[in-house]
Design a protein around this ligand. Structure first.
Ligand code: NAG
Ligand code: NAG
Ligand code: NAG
Ligand code: ZN
Length: 546
């Protein structure tokens, strides 16, 4: 080919490329700025009637402080402070006399310490719904706290103490909301239940499960369930400036395995080539070096980014709106010093072990890079116990490790077990499943879903129209026991969390602001009123502006 032809062809090719790139760019931008936003608003809706008088505000803060002072600690599934749990039952009777004396509220104690309230609506043709919270808390050794963890002390506008966020604020808030509605003569149209479990932190096998059995035996089907979970996040997802509300529409599953290796024991003076410890160590090492597959985009986590795309700063908004193109980059980008990784790196404060509120959220980003966001894109592998040997000159017969996996919503227990087997790939390592459950089904979050839309409407009216999106809970809640009663389970704690608050849950200096506690109560108050509608709420669509 002559030089001229080359230039000609090259020129044409370049033009074509430019045209292609230009078209792509236009397509990306178009999608970014016209993506039918799922963000809707209910403009002009205030907290109608949910405002508290100064005396009511005072009683509310005292109610929470008093609840914190009863140390309803769950140490393990076998060990709970049952004295405190029993005391709590008496406490709520005293603090919410209206709830306990109302003719439309039936109260039952379940499994000795849990509580079930059935509120009779006036229209029996409407399907009931349910709100959940739990009474128990994780332990809180006093070291490191600014105030004693079971004091309920108030400082600078915050109530401090174990349970201030997880989950006594919700217990008190939901009962207070009902108390206020009853006091103001409100008679709900739609029936509903309030379930307060007493062993959520250690499984919910006694409380929540028993409540489910009772409802099931009565033939109850629920329109939707609201439990603790995600929250309104302010500055947690970097790259998003406004507070955004995430509603957990699923929870990860879990598998706990024991890996056991048995080999002939012997004296350390004549060791065999391979020992039980060495074989086990190699197997554990293979599991750690071969993480489960990155499944970003195969579960509901991608919807979250897409629905929030318009909230991200440029160029993240373009990437989030075009996950069909960018998801591999977003999920796998692992370089340390790129602007992208900086922009989307989750804020500090994730080093904690919270089960239900765990930063499902900080997702973002360079998703594989940080433990919290890594947890969003794959089944995680954590070696938690290792046991072998008792004497320095004896080769032990047995070596054993316990491994806990948290399953990505798009993976089943069986699929994960198959991968584990293939990864370990050593018949001498015996694998036994201690317990397991699949990821929870994904609850619907479309425009025709009553529960989701009612939650969204309530969030907008109470949290200044914060954008709402579905999310994944990387820990578990009591609501997972309710799957046979409804397909619509939503995990949302009605308070705002800033990045620094995340480590307070199950950590030091757990606290809630007085304003946050009032809002939380208004949320339940509004939710009960909004759920009385017999139609799915319809909102105005928000539009992005270029
Ligand atoms: C259990 O709760 C009671 C109060 O109900 C309290 O006096 C006691 O110290 C608690 N025990 C533990 C081990 O926390
Ligand atoms: C699993 O392994 C752990 C740690 O070695 C041990 O404490 C536990 O008893 C084992 N459980 C079973 C059922 O083997
Ligand atoms: C739901 O029902 C199925 C079938 O009856 C049962 O196997 C399962 O254990 C139930 N799940 C829960 C969480 O109750
Ligand atoms: Zn909780």
């Amino acid at each position: 080919m002559s030089g001229a032809r080359w230039r000609e062809t090259g020129g044409a090719l370049l033009a074509l490329l430019l045209l292609g790139a230009g078209t792509l760019l236009v397509a990306l931008l178009l999608r970014t700025y016209t993506l039918p936003s799922n963000q809707v608003t209910w403009q002009g809706e205030g907290a109608a009637g949910g405002e508290l008088t100064p005396e009511e505000k005072q009683r509310l803060r005292e109610a929470l402080a008093g609840a914190i002072r009863i140390p309803t600690v769950s140490f393990s599934e076998e060990e709970q402070n049952v004295t405190a749990l029993a005391e709590f039952g008496g406490y709520i009777r005293k603090v919410f006399p209206g709830v306990f004396s109302s003719s439309i509220v039936k109260h039952e104690v379940v499994a000795e310490y849990s509580h079930l309230f059935s509120v009779q609506g006036s229209d029996r043709s409407l399907r009931p719904y349910m709100m959940l919270a739990h009474l128990d808390v994780v332990p809180a050794p006093p070291e490191g706290w600014d105030v004693p963890p079971f004091s309920g002390e108030e400082r600078d506008g915050y109530i401090y103490g174990r349970g201030a966020l997880d989950d006594k604020s919700c217990v008190i808030g939901v009962l207070q909301a009902l108390e206020l509605l009853l006091k103001r003569g409100y008679h709900p149209k739609r029936s509903f239940y309030i379930g307060l479990g007493h062993d959520e932190e250690v499984s919910g096998h006694k409380g929540a499960m028993k409540i489910v059995q009772i409802l099931q035996s009565r033939g109850v089907k629920l329109l939707f369930v609201v439990d603790e979970g995600l929250a309104v996040l302010d500055g947690v997802i970097q790259g998003i400036k406004r507070p955004v509300a995430l509603i957990g529409t699923t929870e990860k599953g879990s598998i706990t395995l024991n890996l056991t290796v048995n080999q002939p024991p012997g004296h350390s003076s004549m060791p065999p080539a391979e020992t039980s410890i060495g074989i086990l160590a190699a197997a554990v090492s293979r599991l750690e070096r071969n993480p489960m597959p990155n499944m970003f985009g195969e579960g509901p986590e991608a919807s979250m980014f897409e629905q929030l795309a318009g909230e991200f700063v440029f160029p993240l908004n373009v990437m989030m709106a075009n996950l069909w193109l960018f998801s591999p980059i977003i999920s796998r980008f692992t370089e340390k010093s790129t602007p992208l990784s900086k922009a989307v790196q989750p804020s500090a404060g994730f080093a904690q072990k919270s089960p239900c509120h765990a930063p499902p959220l900080a997702p973002i980003g360079v998703l594989e890079r940080t433990p919290s966001s890594n947890a969003l894109v794959r089944t995680t592998t954590a070696v938690t116990i290792l046991n072998a040997g008792v004497k320095s000159n004896v080769i032990p017969r047995m070596a054993r490790a316990t491994v806990n996996f948290r399953l990505h919503p798009a993976q089943t227990v069986q699929e994960a077990l198959d991968i584990v087997q293939n990864t370990i790939n050593d018949a001498r390592v015996e694998i036994s499943v201690l317990n397991s459950f699949d990821p929870l089904p994904i609850s619907p979050y479309d425009e025709s879903n009553f529960g989701y839309q009612t939650l969204q409407r309530t969030i907008h009216s109470v949290f200044s129209a914060a954008p709402v999106a579905p999310g994944v809970c990387i820990g578990n809640t009591d609501s997972r026991h309710f799957v046979n009663l409804t397909d619509s389970i939503y995990r949302f704690s009605p308070f705002t969390l800033k990045a620094e608050d995340l480590s307070r849950i199950h950590g030091l200096n757990e606290r809630i602001s007085l304003d946050g506690l009032q809002r939380l109560t208004q949320f339940y108050y509004q939710l009960i009123r909004n759920a009385d509608s017999d139609k799915v709420p319809v909102a105005h669509r928000a539009t992005h502006e270029l």
